[in-house]
Design a protein around this ligand. Structure first.
Ligand SMILES: [Zn+2]
Length: 465
C-alpha cells in the first residue's frame, strides 16, 4: 500500500458511543472493584436487598393506606357511596353499588382473580383479552400494580385504568364497538441536577452515596471509559462531579436522562466531559475544550478473553511447525463469544480467507485496517461492503482455518504495515468540527462553570461544619 496524501479526515465521524459490550464489561468491573471480590458481591447483594425492601415497603404502604378493612385489597371509594345516606336503608341495590373500585395486585393474582374480586365474571375477562392484541398486555400483572375499575349502571365494566410506572399507564374503555385499549405516556419535565462524590472504597458506593442511579453510574463509567480503567485505576480520594438531566412529573422525581457534563479526578488528574449534539443530530462526549472523549479504536475486540499469543516478528507456528512471524494478537475465548469492530469502518471482506478461515477485514478511514480471523460465523448484516460502527458485533469466536482451538486472531495495520495492537498509541476520534466550535463552547462553558460553583459551595459548606 502506498502513502496517500489525502486530506480526507483520518478517522470516521463520531457516533454516539453505543458499545453495549463495553457497558457489560464495565458493569462487571464496577462490581468486582475493590479488589476484594467478596465485598463487591456483598455490595451488590445489599443493593438488591434494598431495592426489594423498598418495593416491599411501598407495597405495604399501599395496603395500609387503602385496604385496612378488606382482606382482598379491594378498595371501594366512590362519590356515590360518600353521598349515600345510611347504608341499608336504600331498597335499590343497583344504586348502592359502587361505580369505581380499585384493586392492588397481590401475589398469585391473575386477571381472572382480580376481576373476580370486583365482581366481574369470567366472560368479561375473555371479552377484554379478545378485544385486541394490545389488550393482552393487561394480563401481565405485577404485584403491587393498581387497577382502577369503573362500572356502568348495570354493573358492567365501563373502563379500566392501570398505571404501569410513574410515566406510563394502560387504559381500556368500552365503546359501542367493544373495548378499546390505550397506552398513555406522561411527558416529564426535564431539569438539570448536580452530584458530587468522593471515592472511599468503590465508584459504585460513592455514586450511590451521591444519589446517582445505577444507570447514571454506568453512563459515567462509559463516558470516561477510554481514559480511565475502572477496574484497575480507581483510588481512594478520586472524585467525580456530574450535571445530569432529572425528570419530574408534578414535582416528583421519576427518573434521570443524559449526563450533560462531568468531571472525574483520578489519581490527581482531572478529566472533563461535555455532551454535545452536532448539527447532524449525533450526540457524543467531548472534553471541555472540544476534543473527542472517544478513541478511534477500542483496545480489545473481545470482552472476557485471555491473550493466548502476542505480536511477534518470529515464532514457531504450531501447525506449520516453521518459524513464522505472528503479525497479530490471539485472544482465546469460548466458541460463540462476540467479536466487536475496533472502530467505525467499511467491511472489505467478510468471508473465507485461506488459513485465516472465516475472516472480516475492516477499513477505517484511509490509514487503518483491522482483521479478525478464525471466526465461527459472521454477525447479521456484516458482509463485504457494509458499514460497521465501533463496538458493533461483527462475528463470533470459532476455530476455522489453520487454528488449534477457539480464538480470535486480530491484526492491526497502519498504512499497510502490521503493528502490535497492544503497543499502539490509539488515535483519538474527531474533535468538534470547526464550524461547530462556537456553538459547542456556548454550551460547554456554563456547564463547566456550574460544576465549579456547585463544588465550591459544597466544599465551603463542608468546611464550616
Ligand atoms: Zn494468531
Amino acid at each position: 500500500m502506498t502513502y496517500s496524501k489525502s486530506k480526507a479526515p483520518l478517522y470516521p465521524k463520531s457516533h454516539l458511543l453505543a458499545a453495549s459490550g463495553v457497558a457489560a464489561l464495565l458493569s462487571l468491573a464496577l462490581l468486582v472493584f475493590p479488589s476484594r471480590e467478596v465485598e463487591a458481591k456483598k455490595t451488590f447483594l445489599d443493593l438488591r436487598l434494598e431495592t426489594t425492601s423498598a418495593l416491599a415497603s411501598s407495597e405495604e404502604e399501599l395496603f395500609l393506606n387503602e385496604s385496612l378493612d378488606t382482606p382482598f385489597a379491594v378498595i371501594e371509594k366512590t362519590e356515590l357511596q360518600a353521598s349515600l345516606p345510611v347504608q341499608g336503608t336504600t331498597e335499590d341495590e343497583a344504586e348502592a353499588k359502587p361505580r369505581v373500585k380499585e384493586v392492588v395486585v397481590a401475589n398469585g393474582d391473575t386477571l381472572s382473580t382480580v376481576f373476580a374480586k370486583v365482581g366481574l365474571p369470567q366472560s368479561t375477562v375473555h371479552d377484554v383479552l379478545a378485544s385486541s392484541k394490545e389488550a393482552k398486555q393487561l394480563a401481565r400483572l405485577k404485584v403491587g400494580q393498581r387497577l382502577e375499575f369503573e362500572f356502568d349502571e348495570q354493573g358492567n365494566l365501563a373502563q379500566l385504568r392501570s398505571p404501569l410506572n410513574k410515566l406510563e399507564s394502560v387504559q381500556l374503555e368500552r365503546s359501542d364497538a367493544g373495548y378499546v385499549f390505550k397506552k398513555e405516556q406522561l411527558k416529564p419535565d426535564v431539569s438539570t441536577a448536580y452530584a458530587y462524590g468522593r471515592i472511599e472504597s468503590s465508584l459504585f458506593l460513592a455514586a450511590k452515596h451521591a444519589g446517582l442511579s445505577h444507570n447514571l453510574t454506568m453512563d459515567l463509567a462509559n463516558v470516561f471509559g477510554y481514559d480511565i480503567d475502572f477496574a484497575m485505576d480507581i483510588r481512594k480520594g478520586d472524585s467525580f462531579e456530574v450535571v445530569y438531566e432529572e425528570k419530574t412529573v408534578a414535582g416528583e422525581k421519576v427518573g434521570t436522562g443524559n449526563i450533560l457534563a462531568a468531571r472525574f479526578t483520578n489519581r490527581g488528574k482531572s478529566y472533563t466531559a461535555v455532551r454535545y449534539t452536532n448539527k447532524q443530530g449525533t450526540s457524543s462526549y467531548y472534553t471541555a475544550d472540544g476534543q473527542s472523549m472517544r478513541k478511534a479504536f477500542i483496545r480489545t475486540p473481545v470482552d472476557f478473553a485471555r491473550i493466548s499469543s502476542r505480536f511477534s516478528n518470529g515464532r514457531k507456528h504450531p501447525i506449520l511447525n516453521k518459524i513464522r512471524a505472528h503479525k497479530g494478537v490471539d485472544y482465546a475465548a469460548p466458541r460463540g463469544t462476540p467479536i466487536k469492530s475496533a472502530g467505525d469502518g467499511k467491511v472489505l471482506l467478510a468471508g473465507r480467507k485461506g488459513g485465516y478461515g472465516n475472516t472480516v477485514v475492516i477499513q477505517h478511514g484511509n490509514r487503518y485496517r483491522t482483521l479478525y480471523a478464525h471466526m465461527q460465523g459472521f454477525a447479521k448484516g456484516v458482509r463485504s461492503g457494509s458499514s460497521v460502527k465501533q463496538g458493533q458485533i461483527i462475528g463470533y469466536i470459532g476455530t476455522t482455518g489453520l487454528s488449534t482451538g477457539p480464538h480470535l486472531h486480530y491484526e492491526f495495520q497502519v498504512d499497510g504495515v502490521h503493528v502490535d495492537p497492544l503497543g499502539l498509541k490509539l488515535p483519538m476520534a474527531d474533535p468538534i468540527a470547526k464550524n461547530e466550535k462556537q456553538r459547542f463552547v456556548q454550551l460547554s462553558k456554563p456547564l463547566m462553570a456550574r460544576m465549579d460553583e456547585e463544588r465550591a459551595t459544597m466544599l465551603a459548606m463542608q468546611n464550616t461544619q
